[in-house]
Design a protein around this ligand. Structure first.
Ligand code: DQQ
Length: 540
């Protein structure tokens, strides 16, 4: 077994081999979750894309079924691209997706399950009248893609939007229909933000204003909801969202705070996370978000491995009524069933310059929850709740830097001698008497390999005055590290490629490089079991 084999994830969704990108049309139907995905069945790099398909009863254990759609028609002969699912009022499941035509035009197509009574939804029929939408004349034919799930208005019309760009501005083109076949462009865009470039993979959905984690279907509206608009920014390959109000009479969307408009403020994840898509799970009464996590390694290594990219763990998503400004994301509860033996630390004071190994922590599959006393709430300084996206502080190598409070946190996928380590840590900065809490994921020492992107990521963490603890949940799976900060208020996902800290040679440490002591309240680290993912045919 080569070191590259050890990088394959054990419990994140990925196909058996080859290239995957965007999650498509995730849905729950007749007792099963379905995940479709952009898939190149022939190579470990992006190319002629089909729709891969997998099914699960719990969002964690997956069976691969045959390709749902392949590029076999003039209107999708260069790729069956991203799309979304909508359940119509009579229960019909309709999928709208982008086809890249034989003449390199992006058009929208419809597809339906060939047998709606097949619980596995294995065969799909493309609608005979495809394409149902051509690009409007004002946009480029290659800037018109990724229809959203549709929502039903009080006027009985279905609406959905498609991402595009006009004169450098990102736009969400709004359409309506009564029959899902004949679509009419609206006289206004759902949203537009200057200078943000092409918007891909739009998502638009309601969340409950009261901060309840209960999710609601895409067609719900009213005074008790806020709406989230997400765009994947083609230029930066980052997923941004904005929260606002959707007026269901005029079908307009108004952001709550234009200073954090789409592309300028909140991101789902401050690391690697793109082309995400949510769906309403009526079994669990929750909204679930899938996101594509690309590799940071070279294409040559992807080809050597024979696979490229994974999906982030599915996350439940809801409105953060405490900050009233952002979303909360948290791994679906089914992930807890994968937890095995537990290793703990509690009530420890980490003096400045301390690195402590969690005894027995060898392995590269972990679900770790750690809390620290918030040093600033003890020192009663003001807390600044802001939203800065890019933080120069989290740049290369700063986990080894020194501040008054921090860096302090975890070293994961660390080799015994710490030659390799990925540091996830808090750090406090003070400006004009106000403290700001930062969280960083420092990949600069994650691997001795060269030709690997080791960019570090970070974000400001909104911490409320009443919050006496700072928390991290860090999920480690061979070559992916997913971090959920302060209960999911901020997320950071990174890909890492250790050469020494592989499998049982990987260790877990807590550390404090700051000057002031930091109180660790608790640490619980569970080993996570491997999930076998099989082709459906092999287990019949
Ligand atoms: N991926 C798809 C497009 C989408 C892009 C093609 C985003 O539909 O815009 O594979 O990653």
């Amino acid at each position: 077994m080569s070191a590259l084999d050890s990088l394959r994830t054990a419990f994140h969704f990925q196909p058996e081999s080859n290239w995957m990108n965007d999650p498509n049309a995730p849905l729950y139907h007749n007792g099963l979750y379905h995940l479709f995905f952009q898939y190149n069945p022939n190579n470990a790099f992006w190319g002629l894309i089909s729709w891969g398909h997998a099914i699960s009863s719990d969002l964690v254990h997956w069976l691969y079924v045959e390709l749902a759609m392949q590029p076999d028609q003039w209107y999708d002969s260069q790729g069956v691209w991203t799309g979304s699912a909508t359940f119509l009022e009579d229960g019909t499941l309709a999928v709208l997706y982008t086809g890249f035509t034989n003449e390199s035009v992006q058009v929208q197509n419809l597809a339906f399950p060939a047998d709606p009574y097949d619980p596995l939804l294995r065969k799909w029929n493309k609608y005979v009248g495809n394409p149902v939408l051509l690009p409007p004349t004002e946009v480029q034919p290659t800037d018109f893609r990724d229809p959203t799930t549709a929502w039903l208005g009080a006027d009985g019309l279905w609406r959905m939007c498609i991402g595009s760009k006009l004169e450098g501005n990102g736009i969400a083109i709004l359409y309506s229909t009564s029959d899902f076949i004949n679509w009419k462009i609206d006289n206004h865009y759902l949203h537009e933000v200057e200078g943000t470039g092409m918007w891909e993979c739009l998502d638009f959905y309601p969340v409950l204003k009261n901060g309840s984690p209960i999710g609601i279907s895409t067609s719900r509206y009213g005074a008790h909801v806020k709406h989230v608009l997400k765009a994947s920014m083609d230029d930066s390959k980052l997923d941004f969202y904005v929260i606002g109000t959707y007026d269901h009479q005029s079908h307009t969307f108004t952001p709550d705070d234009r200073s954090v408009d789409l592309g300028r403020g909140h991101r789902y994840d401050y690391g690697k996370f793109y082309a995400s898509k949510s769906f309403y799970d009526d079994k669990g009464e929750r909204r679930i978000l899938w996101g594509w996590i690309n590799e940071s390694d070279s294409m040559q290594n992807d080809i050597r491995k024979g696979w490229a990219s994974v999906q982030a763990l599915p996350r439940q998503v809801w409105f953060d009524a405490d900050t009233e400004s952002n979303l909360i994301q948290w791994p679906v509860e089914e992930v807890l069933d994968l937890r095995r033996s537990k290793y703990s630390l509690e009530n420890m004071v980490l003096q400045g310059g301390t690195v402590v190994e969690v005894t027995g922590s060898s392995g590269s599959q972990w679900d770790i929850e750690v809390t620290f006393e918030n040093p600033i709430s003890i020192g009663n300084a003001e807390h600044n709740i802001s939203d800065i996206n890019q933080l120069s502080f989290c740049g290369e190598g700063n986990a080894s830097g020194k501040g008054l409070y921090g860096p302090f946190g975890l070293l994961v996928l660390a080799s015994e001698g710490l030659e390799e380590q990925t540091a996830i840590y808090f750090f406090f900065t003070k400006s004009n008497g106000t403290w700001t809490t930062l969280v960083c994921s420092d990949q600069s020492r994650s691997s001795l390999a060269i030709n690997v992107d080791k960019t570090s990521y970070g974000s400001v963490v909104p911490v409320l005055k009443k919050e006496k603890l700072l928390s991290l949940r860090v999920i480690v799976d061979h070559s992916i590290v997913e971090t959920f900060v302060q209960g999911g208020r901020v997320c950071i996902t990174s890909r890492v490629y250790p050469t020494l800290a592989l499998d049982n040679a990987a260790r877990l440490f807590v550390f404090n490089n700051g000057t002031m002591p930091i109180a660790l309240k608790s640490l619980d680290a569970w080993k996570v079991s491997k999930v076998d993912m099989h082709a459906y045919a092999t287990v019949q």
